[in-house]
Design a protein around this ligand. Structure first.
Ligand SMILES: *Cc1c(COP(=O)(O)O)cnc(C)c1O
Length: 366
């Protein structure tokens, strides 16, 4: 029996050749391929600046550092997300505040965010769940005139649009963070990127990515540099960047196929699913459905060759966050969503025949 995972990378001959070519070049890291990839992301999203990093987790961390977030500050994010959206604030020692989701999209609710805004709030991290854009204009309106940065966690959403902008254009935010982990739509094995239109943030992101070093001009032309803040080694290699640039060329093809699969499931499964809002045109990363007896469904799916996944255990219910004072019942919509959600296979390599097969197997489970 053919088995299907909930997600899977897609690599082409062009991807392999790009990697091999870079392996045979003088620069394995800190070379021209990273700049090329960053430029390609700028061209695709419309953002002015891009900093490639070794993961989205690192990207979120340096985005908060570049924004000057302090241990006394509060950062608001969604409970229905991967741990990193919240952990990045804890790296700095800042307080994480969660705001509940909207049931139809599982995205953070702007109305809920409003409840948690205080004079200590310094950053909002909306997460574009499954690839669907949050209502960025509404979120931006919440912080108008306030000293609060918006960092979009777009780990799921490379290729997605919001109104007539690309996610990552930072039209309604200060920075956007992408992930290129293999389960995401594009991959560089491990990797991420931060986009911004703000030159000052860009320069800080560059410094935090590499030990807090500032250099004037080309490093190959001078040995002088200055360390002004405590940075990290969050650099992406040239090999990864070459793979990323090659993958990015297929992003719109990936998007088209992913949407076809979502439409097919929506029409043929008859299971409750996400309802994308009109302002969003998602490059779908996940296809979550809601099922009764999720545990049993998960086990039976495994026996039928479907290796599914749950996105996500609400972050505030993790032992670490409970220790910080969160509890069951704090975010009822997120918890209710979690009880039933499970993600079906969604990736570029699924053929029409695979989809028929998967729908047949899923129908046998319900
Ligand atoms: C995958 C993911 C991350 C972390 O990405 P890495 O590149 O693995 O660090 C952050 N936020 C969300 C919503 C994710 O899905």
């Amino acid at each position: 029996m053919k088995t299907y995972n909930y997600g899977k990378q897609h690599l082409s001959l062009g991807d392999y050749l790009a990697v091999i070519k870079t392996l045979r070049s003088p620069f394995l890291t800190c070379g021209p391929k990273v700049r090329e990839f960053e430029q390609a992301i700028c061209n695709y999203t419309g953002a002015k600046y891009c900093v490639a990093v070794n993961s989205a987790t690192s990207g979120l961390h340096i985005a908060l550092l570049a924004a000057g977030i302090q241990p006394t500050d509060e950062v608001i994010t969604s409970p229905i997300t991967f741990l990193a959206s919240a952990n990045c604030a804890r790296y700095i020692g800042a307080t994480v505040k969660f705001a509940d989701i909207e049931t139809d999209t599982a995205n953070i609710s702007p109305l809920e965010i409003q409840k948690y805004l205080t004079e200590k709030t310094r950053a909002l991290i909306p997460v574009h769940f499954a690839g669907q854009s949050c209502d960025m204009q509404e979120i931006k309106a919440l912080v108008d005139g306030k000293d609060i940065v918006i960092i979009e966690d777009a780990a799921h959403a490379i290729g997605s649009d919001y109104k007539n902008t690309k996610v990552g254009s930072c039209t309604y935010s200060d920075m956007t963070v992408f992930s290129f982990h293999p389960v995401k739509t594009l991959t560089t094995c491990e990797g991420g990127a931060v986009t911004t239109n703000n030159k000052d943030l860009y320069e800080k992101l560059l410094a935090y990515r590499s030990h807090g070093m500032h250099k004037e001009g080309d490093m190959t032309q001078t040995w002088e540099y200055e360390m002004r803040e405590l940075g990290y080694n969050y650099r992406m290699t040239d090999i990864q960047a070459a793979l990323g640039t090659s993958q990015l060329k297929r992003l719109d093809i990936f998007k088209k196929r992913r949407r076809e699969i979502v439409d097919y499931y929506n029409e043929n499964l008859g299971l409750p699913h996400l309802f994308e809002k009109d302002f969003s045109n998602a490059c779908f990363h996940l296809y979550p459905v809601l099922v009764e007896n999720r545990k049993e469904f998960y086990e039976k799916a495994r026996q039928n060759g479907l290796n599914l996944q749950v996105h996500y255990i609400p972050v505030h219910l993790q032992p670490y966050y409970k220790e910080l004072g969160y509890n069951v019942g704090d975010f009822p919509k997120a918890e209710e969503y979690y009880e039933k959600t499970i993600s079906l296979p969604l990736y570029y390599g699924l053929s029409d025949k695979d989809l028929e097969e998967i729908v047949g197997r899923v129908k046998g489970l319900i």
